[in-house]
Design a protein around this ligand. Structure first.
Ligand code: DLL
Length: 424
């Protein structure tokens, strides 16, 4: 399927879509009511072109149907539960049948192969195990491929470094921020990760800008491969970069992608940025039709140098709900990351604090100096400030340069870089 002709692929998508729609309509009250409200029946959705007749599914729909109202099967047929840790409110509970786990494992195994990983490789899986989909999701894909998985999970960083060294892991899977933290801890232990056999980092679950990827590749002496996914759709394995590192291939026979204008809901022209919307084509326990992921990307249907024909999405550097608005200026945290990492004097750690003083929003950016910084911090501050105003059209109210190590590192889970204290 990875290199099928577009026509072959379309046939598979259409027949799987019809089954998914039937399943959703017959077994999920929420979908049956939605279809009825719009005067639709499953017969109206014959092909992916008909999907636009359907309204979107949103995270609010998951919330309203908490915990398992979106499930299409009885609990007896669910063999695994995961949950996504919402920052507010209840988590989204997701479930899988045995067949669903099989599809997921195959999607992740494909990802690993696309990333140049083979059955003889050792993969140290440093995503958290548990309700988070990262740990077990990656794990089962490595086993499906027949490679060796080290299920070390998140945190315990010294131990991670020892394992990398002792077992000669070829690959580590973790968040991008954790990859950098790992290099720092290794340094403190007197180990240079570049001297170890490690050759690939499969990073995901968090946005990672190009300068941040470069930093990971340089510090660890690896190729950094971006993997994407979300609990509501499957977990990791929706898409991944191949060794060309030129966009993430979406496994379109399992997940059907659309990109829409987040404000109007209309499709954007091919190659234009918008919000990614996904439909599951091969999941029984939790069929999801037109899910608004909130993630911003573009789609590229050109055949990749690697020979795969499935569409590629751009690396996700922001979510529509990440947009920061300060005194009328809009920007994404990733734009700040790209600017501050242009400076060799700055380490790849930063935080953004938003406060309200009186009626005015205040923006504070804190960046860390590199370990061996010996220049003038006043001069650096002026240069960073100027660059931010040129590129992003704003000057932070406060720009703090702090010493190496002063910004807290995230050992387990996803890094937080934006702290919005307004409204507190
Ligand atoms: O983070 C699944 C995952 C685990 C993906 C491990 C990759 C590796 P959730 O916790 O449900 O699932 O969070 C999903 O994380 O909507 C994106 O906003 C963000 N995200 C996931 N992968 C990437 C990525 C997992 N490669 C949410 N780049 C998604 C940027 C990502 N953001």
């Amino acid at each position: 399927m990875e290199s099928a002709s577009r026509d072959e692929l379309r046939e598979v998508q259409n027949s799987r879509l019809r089954a998914a729609v039937q399943n959703a309509y017959e077994n999920v009250d929420f979908y049956r009511e939605t279809f009825d409200e719009h005067g639709l029946t499953p017969d109206d959705i014959e092909s992916v072109e008909d999907l636009s007749k359907l309204p979107f599914t949103t995270k609010e729909n998951f919330r309203d149907n908490y915990p398992t109202g979106m499930f299409a099967v009885e609990m007896d047929d669910v063999v695994r539960i995961h949950a996504s840790s919402g920052t507010t409110g209840k988590p989204k509970i997701v479930g899988y049948t045995r067949d669903d786990l099989d599809v997921w494992s195959k999607a992740v195994a494909r990802c690993l192969v696309a990333a140049g990983i083979g059955a003889d490789d050792v993969v140290q899986n440093a995503y958290g195990y548990g309700l988070f989909t990262g740990g077990l999701g990656l794990h089962q894909g490595v086993e499906e491929l027949g490679a060796t998985v080290i299920p070390i999970g998140g945190g315990n960083t010294q131990r991670q470094v020892e394992m990398l060294d002792d077992l000669g892991s070829d690959v580590i899977s973790c968040t991008p921020s954790y990859a950098l933290y790992l290099a720092e801890v290794a340094d403190d232990m007197g180990i240079d990760v570049r001297d170890l056999p490690l050759r690939t980092v499969i990073f995901g679950a968090e946005p990672c800008t190009e300068p941040m990827r470069n930093e990971i590749e340089e510090r660890l002496g690896v190729t950094g491969i971006d993997i994407y996914g979300l609990s509501e759709i499957v977990g990791p394995g929706v898409s991944i970069e191949c060794e060309e590192q030129d966009g993430l291939h979406i496994w379109e026979d399992y997940f059907y992608p659309e990109v829409i204008d987040p404000n109007t809901g209309d499709p954007v022209a091919e190659g234009e940025e918008g919000e990614l919307v996904l439909t599951t084509l091969a999941k029984d326990a939790l069929p999801v039709l037109r899910y608004r992921t909130g993630d911003l990307t573009t789609l590229n249907y050109d055949t990749c140098e690697c020979g795969r024909t499935c569409v590629r999405m751009d690396n996700i550097t922001g979510r529509s709900d990440d947009l920061i608005i300060v005194r009328g200026v809009n920007f994404y945290p990733s734009e700040v990351e790209s600017v501050v990492l242009e400076f060799d004097e700055v380490a790849p750690h930063y935080r953004i604090d938003l406060r309200r003083e009186g009626n005015l929003d205040q923006l504070e950016i804190t960046v860390e100096l590199v370990e061996d910084f010996d220049g003038s911090s006043t001069d650096l501050e002026t240069r960073i400030g100027k660059r931010l105003s040129n590129v992003l059209s704003f000057t932070p109210d406060e720009l703090n340069l702090v010493e190496y190590g002063d910004i807290a590192r995230t050992e387990v889970g996803k890094v937080q870089r934006v702290y919005d204290h307004r409204g507190q």
